[in-house]
Design a protein around this ligand. Structure first.
Ligand code: NAD
Length: 370
């Protein structure tokens, strides 16, 4: 494809991130190999085209019929219908924000739908693109920390601590499919699966700290979790913990992913997504940086990440890298090491979410992932 007509649904926070990524891609990556046309924006808002950059604004999804690639940035409860309609209209390339829907039965249906219709698909589980994540995965695969014993990971936000923050789709189960666990937890679950392998069992507890939030009519119940703690068991008998919170005072965006092995440990700290910190037992040394280079990993990072002088911040860089990997896929170009997350990956993570909520509802009993 020489030119890709990109249409996008939902111009909220993440819709703007993705739009910025499309605008910056040709500037950051001159070898992109195609031109990107911001074609149609599906929105019910009255927006200035000079700001969005899209050629056409519409509030009717049927108008997107002739798009090459649909990018879905609408709220979770809208994803399934928009994917179904897009496939029905013959759109062949769909990039969707996480989660695919958050409900495992629906996600299974969407995976099948994409398979049946040969849809090139990807989910924006973009943490896979942080250089520290790729390097960590590769170092673990190479046995640098020996056999993995256990891990712990967390993502802490403080975004909902203010009780005056109004109700939104994220705080209603019928619209979000879950709280912090779905919103933040899916990123961590995906990293566990991607770096360490399949999860086979979980025990979970969740809590809702602020149970009512202001709305136009007064107050509305919050029926999703603000906090979740999961104990996880992985296939080869590795265990770990995962914690997510939207109520972590003093922690605006605090991410840790830490793995302990028989010969060392490795930590990804969100303060620096460039390099993991490695401890090697035999030398009693702490290492950070390119002490061990894997060219497949480094080639992908060099290809996908913007040159350092063009860095747009970690989150934006990772979103842009994830979108770029999809554009490369559409051109038939392959990555050497990084595997972007597809609909199937979101479905696999949704099975963990389902099991965790079942466990939490039953006092934290162990639930097998089937
Ligand atoms: N991967 C990430 O890092 C990341 C980060 C934030 C959000 N997200 C995901 O992105 C999606 C959107 O989240 P957000 O934070 O941008 O939410 P948001 O509330 O800021 O924006 C959602 C936008 O969608 C619009 N909208 C609602 N219904 C629509 C419809 N039927 N068609 C088109 N647009 C519609 C709303 O008006 C709003 O502008 C969610 O699925 C969320 O989980 C992912």
């Amino acid at each position: 494809m020489d030119k890709i007509n990109v249409s996008l649904s939902g111009f909220g926070t993440i819709g703007k991130y993705h739009t910025l990524a499309y605008k910056c891609l040709p500037l950051c990556h001159e070898d992109i190999g195609c031109s990107i046309n911001l074609y149609k924006l599906l929105t019910s808002k009255s927006l200035d085209k000079h700001i969005t950059g899209f050629q056409i604004h519409t509030n009717n999804i049927e108008d997107l019929y002739d798009t090459d690639m649909l990018d879905i940035c609408s709220p979770n409860f809208v994803h399934k219908e928009q994917i179904k309609k897009a496939v029905g209209m013959g759109i062949k390339n769909i990039y969707c924000e996480k989660p695919l829907s958050g409900i495992s039965d629906e996600e299974k249906y969407l995976v099948q739908l994409a398979d049946d219709n040969k849809i090139t698909n990807q989910v924006a589980l973009m943490m896979r693109f942080y250089p520290a994540v790729s390097r960590t995965k590769r170092l673990i695969e190479d046995g640098v920390i020996g056999n993995v014993i256990n891990f712990n990971c967390h993502m802490y936000h403080q975004s909902y601590l203010d009780p005056k923050r109004p109700i939104s789709w994220r705080l209603r189960k019928d619209k979000s499919s879950g709280g912090a666990l779905v919103d933040l937890g899916i990123h961590m679950i995906d990293l566990v699966r991607y770096i360490l392998g399949d999860i086979v069992e979980t025990r979970a507890i969740t809590s809702t700290v602020i149970k009512k939030r202001p709305c136009k009519e007064g107050y509305m119940d919050v029926d999703v979790d603000d906090f979740a703690h999961l104990d996880l068991v992985l296939k080869p008998g590795i265990t770990g913990t995962l914690e997510v919170s939207r109520m972590a005072a003093g922690h605006g965006d605090d991410i840790i992913f830490q793995v302990f092995g028989t010969e060392g440990s490795i930590t990804v700290d969100g303060k620096d997504f460039e390099w993991p910190v490695v401890y090697l037992l035999k030398d009693n040394t702490w290492l950070k940086g390119d002490f061990k280079k894997y060219f497949d990993v480094e080639d992908d990072i060099a290809l996908l990440m913007p040159p350092s002088k063009f860095s747009l911040g970690w989150m934006m860089n990772a979103h842009m890298a994830s979108i770029y990997s999809f554009i490369l896929k559409l051109q038939g170009r392959k990555l050497k090491y990084i595997t972007p997350a597809c609909f199937e990956d979101s479905y696999q993570s949704s099975l963990i979410l389902k099991a965790a909520y079942e466990s939490a509802e039953n006092g934290g009993k162990a639930v097998k992932i089937i």
